[in-house]
Design a protein around this ligand. Structure first.
Ligand SMILES: [Zn+2]
Length: 346
């Protein structure tokens, strides 16, 4: 299989089936009644949807080995570069804007943790603002090229990174919660290590969004098999409140995520085009690796992508106005002087 072609190209099919009882319980509502929804190529378990809160998950849950198979070394790119240089520059520009949002209201020496930091594109701009940065990742390859001013821990689960209680002023989980095996346990640990009055920012794809519903199995942000959970915004808020956080605000626009999600989902609905083909083209290839797809397909993908871009931008703005962002970020706070303790992990 040529480089990166299979990485984003797992086929996904709708499977309309009767409601049934799952082996696992829902991380949000603990329910077991589900409706099977998708079948992912190469994965034994179907994606099922909780009939109570609408969260999607694999059932039975994937074994840890199966989860790790979704992250071959080429997923992380080379020397901190994940995309081709032009796209990489845009990603870094977006990270600078994002860091302004994340540092709002923080004192200069505030301590910030990025859970699932990856190459830490937000570390540089946040360190420039004088913040003390920490990151946690599951694999050393993931953090290659990260800003050396950040202190990064490698741990299979957040709880194993060993942070002290009430240690952080802010915790950021940016498009990482849907990748973790135990999102409830991860957020419970965040509650413990965040100081009272501290802030949590969580960004996830919104499984209840117009983009997700319109795209179905073609939705770019399904990111199979890496997204183990698909959260409707309302279910994410329910989980946060259940764990003792107070949700302060929800944000429905992301220039970096939402328009591209429309473009690639639209292209995914064209049967003759390779799944996530445009995204695959934008991924950085190591030297000497031939491009994925023949020349005609590459030109077609780029042209259709350019044509769809203005429509996608308008659709993203409209969706944001209608509070139906394809990806959302939620700002929540651990209440100051709260006597409420986070409930134990399920
Ligand atoms: Zn549920």
């Amino acid at each position: 299989m040529p480089f990166a072609r299979d990485l984003h190209a797992r086929p996904i099919h709708e499977i309309g089936a009767e409601a049934s009882t799952a082996e696992s319980s829902c991380p949000v509502c603990a329910g077991r009644e589900v409706r099977p929804r998708f079948r992912v190529g190469g994965v034994t378990s179907p994606v099922v949807v909780c009939t109570d809160c609408g969260v999607g998950r694999y059932d039975p849950p994937l074994a840890p080995d199966e989860v790790f198979e979704g992250y071959p070394s080429e997923y992380y790119g080379q020397l901190g570069m994940k995309f081709s240089p032009g796209v990489e520059a845009l990603v870094r520009l977006a990270a600078t804007r994002q860091s302004a949002f994340l540092s709002r209201g923080l004192s200069p020496r505030a301590r910030v943790l990025d859970v699932g930091c990856g190459r830490g594109v937000i570390f540089g701009p946040l360190a420039d603002r004088g913040l003390e940065l920490h990151g946690v990742e599951i694999r050393i390859e993931a953090v290659e090229g990260a800003d050396p001013r950040a202190e990064v821990s490698i741990a299979p689960r957040l709880a194993e990174a060993g942070y002290a209680a009430e240690f952080f002023d802010e915790v950021v989980i940016w498009h990482a919660l849907e990748h973790v095996i135990d999102p409830r346990g991860t957020l419970a640990e965040v509650h413990r290590i965040l100081r009272s009055g501290g802030r949590l920012v969580v960004a996830v794809p919104n499984f209840a969004s117009a983009q997700a519903r319109w795209s179905g199995a073609a939705w770019f942000h399904l990111d199979a098999p890496r997204h183990l959970y698909h959260f409707p915004l309302e279910a994410l808020e329910r989980l946060l409140e259940d764990l003792g956080f107070e949700v302060e605000s929800r944000h429905h626009f992301s220039l970096r995520q939402n328009p591209f999600g429309w473009v690639q989902s639209l292209l995914n609905r064209v049967r003759s085009l390779p799944r996530n083909g445009l995204y695959t083209l934008l991924y950085e290839r190591p030297k000497g690796v031939p491009p994925a797809f023949d020349r005609g397909t590459r030109v077609g993908l780029l042209l259709l992508g350019l044509l769809a871009a203005p429509i996608a931008l308008v659709a993203s703005v409209v969706a944001a106005v209608l509070r139906s962002g394809a990806t959302v970020h939620v700002v929540a706070r651990k209440p100051a002087h709260s006597s409420r303790q986070a409930p134990p992990e399920r």
